[in-house]
Design a binder for this molecule. Structure first.
Ligand code: ADP
Ligand code: ZN
Length: 217
């Protein structure tokens, strides 16, 4: 079992890069944000526990996330490659990931840090529109859908995530700085960190990640 991790602030383009890498490299995309939104939509116990935190832009408690990821890994094949997007987000989650990977004889191969200036993050998030059906993201200015309000990929309806409102965005960026940024030093010390300039077209940052991932295998 092997993994790569996409690390970066909300709006840094983790999801978009992940889609490109998934299409070109053999890594399963695991987005805890998507898993949580799905749990909320289905009204599961996890969804009920997570919903309030997500609306406020706070982190869902580590215990909930760790269980969710552990179940996902248990359901997978032992030799699978995973690409984590939006996970881990705290040192406690990173410790748990390290433990569950060593238990399964797995290794974390690389951590990609997507770096983007704060003002760019804010304009990306306020303009973001997400497909309710398949989760594909668009942007009202940067990546407009071909038809207003309609997903190019599946024809589903686009909506603005409740946590993409401006007040919540600022909170999410603060939460990232307070709780997630310490992971940069954590992975840098282990020699796993690679910095990616994410202040450009998704295609360019994704291409750099894809080449680095292909060089791993
Ligand atoms: P973004 O990176 O744009 O904030 P995500 O879809 O990754 O979006 O996350 C949305 C929300 O889901 C977060 O604000 C948080 O409430 C919750 N969440 C997702 N992943 C985690 C995680 N690993 N730990 C705690 N909360 C999480
Ligand atoms: Zn769609």
């Amino acid at each position: 079992m092997k993994a790569i991790i996409l690390l970066g602030a909300p709006g840094s383009g983790k999801g978009t890069v992940a889609e490109r890498v998934r299409d070109r490299c053999a890594y399963l995309h695991v987005s805890t944000g998507d898993m949580l939104r799905d749990a909320v939509k289905r009204g599961t116990e996890t969804g009920r526990q997570a919903e309030g935190y997500m609306k406020r832009g706070e982190l869902v408690p580590d215990a909930v996330i760790n269980l969710l990821v552990d179940q996902r890994l248990d359901a997978g094949t032992p030799d699978a490659g995973y690409m984590f997007d939006g996970y881990p987000r705290t040192i406690q989650q990173a410790d748990m990931l390290a433990a569950s990977f060593s238990k399964r004889n797995g290794s974390i191969r690389k951590v990609f840090l997507l770096e983007t200036p704060r003002d760019v993050l804010i304009s990306r998030l306020t303009g973001r529109r997400t497909c309710r059906a398949c989760g594909t993201c668009f942007h009202v200015v940067n990546i407009p859908p071909k038809r207003d309000g309609i997903c190019d990929a599946c024809g589903g309806a686009l909506y603005q995530r409740p946590d993409d409102q401006e007040a919540t965005i600022v909170n999410r960026l603060d939460v990232y700085m307070r709780q997630t940024e310490s992971l940069i030093a954590f992975y840098e010390k282990q020699g796993l960190l690679m910095r990616i300039n994410s202040n450009r077209q998704a295609e360019a940052s994704a291409g750099e990640v894809v080449r680095a991932v292909q060089a791993l295998d």
